[in-house]
Write a protein that binds this ligand. Structure first.
Ligand code: NI
Length: 134
């Protein structure tokens, strides 16, 4: 059985490589490379797969999952500039792929190994990435 909890955070970012020119960055990263940063309304879904506990009828109490997501993700990233405010992206370009990977690593440390963990992150209504550790 798989259970999912949704969370939203708003963050600014810029996709660029410092050693590339602005023109080259714009060519590779498009609008997400504008020098003065811009924001996205990120939609995160965190899914856990495991057995239903016969005592509670839960896979995991979603209140507990909500709290872990708040501590590990929204408190750190909501209303932040990912490039400037978050050490996680000091040397990692904050693409949707890399943000999902960072979130998965943080959550994996907090969630019991009995559960398979999947992170789904949408940067826009049309773009999403799904990461389950590989
Ligand atoms: Ni962007």
């Amino acid at each position: 059985m798989k259970i999912c909890r949704r969370a939203i955070f708003n963050s600014a970012h810029r996709l660029f490589r410092a050693e590339w020119s602005d023109e080259k960055n714009l060519e590779v990263f498009g609008n997400c490379s504008h020098p003065n940063y811009h924001g996205h309304n990120y939609v995160l879904e965190v899914c856990l797969e495991g057995e239903v506990d016969p005592l509670t009828g839960f896979v995991m109490d979603l209140k507990d999952l909500k709290e872990i997501i708040r501590e590990e993700v929204t408190e750190r990233f909501d209303h932040r500039n990912l490039n400037l405010d978050c050490d996680e992206f000091a040397s990692v370009i904050p693409t949707t792929e890399n943000i999902a990977s960072v979130i998965w690593d943080k959550l994996r440390k907090r969630i019991d190994q009995q559960y398979a963990l999947e992170v789904i992150l949408s940067e826009t209504e049309n773009n999403k990435v799904i990461y389950n550790g590989r």
